[in-house]
Design a protein around this ligand. Structure first.
Ligand SMILES: [Zn+2]
Length: 222
């Protein structure tokens, strides 16, 4: 709900405030009823998977103007990124030529994502990785819509920044009310939850239980 309204109206719109208030009320009711209607101790963790940035119709990048040859490439628009896949018979030279052309046509609106930038997002060298990925930042997105059909609004998917951050709220008998925490990546929530539930991790993961360990309340002696 908050996501849909955030896309349509942008993060600062009063409609988003109302949507947040509505969800907050529903969660409040859930929390109250967990206390009064459930006999077991319950820890409640609230997360969102991302934030949202304002996008502006007049900052949008029309990628149809790039005239990318569809005999050689397939273009998939991800709004915050443009993914350009090479067909099977497309040569490295043809890919490099397109890279150079996109680089030359760029007036600071977008960039070619480097391997180092992509590695931060967990993108590795596989057959599914596009030959070229263009990135941009708010308030721009990639679009093929004609100008009269572009609207201001909101979106997510940009490189990590404060606007893109999600929320993390945790409360319950196993969780300390106050604990010092740095800004952290949400991959560390899963091992934290496994620890709360006493579940063993059966496969290696990138998340680290130590990151959220300061939140764990000291176990009471039985
Ligand atoms: Zn969304």
């Amino acid at each position: 709900m908050v996501d849909t309204i955030g896309h349509r109206f942008g993060p600062e719109a009063p409609q988003v405030g109302k949507a947040v208030q509505h969800v907050d009320n529903v969660i409040g009711e859930l929390w109250q009823r967990l206390q009064s209607e459930v006999d077991e101790p319950v820890n409640l963790i609230l997360v969102s998977d991302h934030g949202v940035s304002q996008i502006k119709a007049d900052a949008m990048i029309d990628y149809s103007a790039f005239n990318i040859d569809d005999q050689l490439f397939e273009v998939v628009n991800g709004a915050t990124r443009l993914m350009i896949y090479a067909h099977e018979n497309t040569t490295t030279q043809q890919i490099n030529e397109l890279k150079q052309r996109l680089q030359a046509a760029n007036n600071g609106q977008y960039w070619l994502e480097t391997n180092a930038q992509l590695a931060q997002l967990g993108v590795t060298e596989t057959a599914r990785k596009p030959a070229i990925i263009l990135g941009t930042k708010a308030p721009a997105i990639f679009t093929s819509r004609p100008p009269e059909r572009r609207k201001d609004g909101g979106t997510h998917g940009y490189h990590s920044n404060r606007d893109m951050d999600g929320i993390f709220i945790a409360a319950g008998p196993a969780i300390k009310a106050k604990a010092p925490l740095q800004r952290f990546s949400n991959i560390h929530i899963y091992p934290f939850m496994a620890q709360l539930l006493g579940l063993e991790l059966l496969t290696p993961i990138d998340g680290d239980a130590k990151v959220l360990a300061p939140l764990l309340a000291d176990k009471k002696a039985d």
